[in-house]
Design a protein around this ligand. Structure first.
Ligand code: 1GP
Length: 251
C-alpha cells in the first residue's frame, strides 16, 4: 500500500503559506526510554510536525521498536534520516533520500542510493530526495567522521549557496543544512538567509540548536523546518517553547 500522508506536497503547500515546521530528531542509539516517553507526550501536546529518526550508526537494533512506539502514541509523520543504507524500515512514513552534496564521497553521493533503491522501490515509504549539506559546527561531529567528508566552512556562505543551487538544478527536492548532531556552533543565520534566498526548495536546518531563541532566529532567517535532537533529548520540556516559536509564525 502506498503511503497516503503526502508529506512533501503538504510541506510545499505550507511553505507557500509561510508556515514553519518543527522536527524532533530521535537517534535510536541515544534514546533513554523515559525521556522519549516524555518527549512523545509533549510532541503530541504541542503539535510537533515531524519526527526524524536516525543517527550516524544505529548500533542497538532499536529502530523498529522506536517507530512502533511512536505510532502507538500518535500519527505525527515519522521520517527516516538514515546514516547509511542499513537504517531502513517499512514502519516509517517517509525517508530523506540524502545525497551528501557538500562532500566528495561517491558512496554518499550515489553509491548507497544504488544499493537501497530496489528496497525503497518496493517499500511504502514516501521518498524525498534531499541535498544534505554538512556545515562546520566547530567540533568534529560523528557525521563528519563517518562520512569521510569535509564540511563547508561556517563562514563560506557563497560555497553553501552554489552547492544548494547545484542540488536544486539536479532535481533534489529539499536542502538540509546540518552543523551535525551536537555541533558547538549551529549554522549561522547569514548562511541560512543566503541559501534560502537562492533556492526555492524547502530548507531544513539543524545541528546544535539548543534554545527557542535560536529556533526563532533560524526561522526568521529563512529555515522552513528546524530540527532539534540533543537538546530535547536532555530536556524534553524545551519542546513546548520551541513549538511555540514555530507555530507563532504560522498564518
Ligand atoms: C543532526 O540536525 C540534527 O543531524 C540535530 O542535531 O542533535 O545537535 O540537535 P542536534
Amino acid at each position: 500500500m502506498l503511503n497516503d500522508k503526502h508529506i512533501y506536497s503538504n510541506l510545499l503547500a505550507a511553505k507557500q503559506r509561510g508556515e514553519k515546521k518543527l522536527a524532533i530528531l530521535f537517534d535510536p542509539d541515544k534514546l533513554r526510554l523515559q525521556k522519549m516517553e516524555q518527549a512523545l507526550e509533549l510532541a503530541v501536546d504541542c503539535g510537533v510536525d515531524y519526527f526524524f529518526i536516525g543517527g550516524s550508526l544505529v548500533v542497538n537494533n532499536m529502530l523498529d521498536a522506536v517507530l512502533t512506539r511512536i505510532r502507538e502514541q500518535c500519527s505525527i509523520p515519522m521520517i527516516l534520516f538514515p546514516g547509511n543504507s542499513f537504517q531502513l524500515s517499512y514502519r516509517a512514513d517517509a525517508i530523506l533520500f540524502l545525497s551528501l552534496i557538500s562532500g566528495r564521497n561517491p558512496e554518499l553521493l550515489i553509491g548507497q542510493h544504488v544499493i537501497s533503491a530496489p528496497f525503497l522501490k518496493m517499500s511504502p515509504l514516501e521518498i524525498i530526495s534531499t541535498g544534505y549539506m554538512l556545515i562546520d559546527g566547530g567540533v568534529q561531529t560523528s557525521v563528519q567522521y563517518m562520512s569521510n567528508t569535509y564540511p563547508i566552512p561556517a563562514h563560506k556562505d557563497d560555497i553553501a549557496v552554489c552547492t544548494a543551487l547545484a542540488g536544486e538544478m539536479l532535481g533534489l527536492k529539499m536542502i538540509y543544512l546540518d552543523a551535525g548532531s551536537g555541533a558547538k556552533n549551529p549554522v549561522q543565520e547569514s548562511m541560512i538567509e543566503a541559501v534560502s534566498g537562492a533556492v526555492s526548495l524547502p530548507l531544513i536546518v539543524g545541528g546544535g540548536i539548543r534554545t527557542p531563541e535560536k529556533v526563532a532566529a533560524n526561522l526568521d532567517a529563512g529555515a522552513d523546518v528546524v530540527v532539534v535532537g540533543n537538546a530535547v533529548e536532555k530536556d524534553p520540556g524545551l519542546i513546548r517553547e520551541m513549538a511555540k516559536e514555530v507555530h507563532s509564525r504560522q498564518s
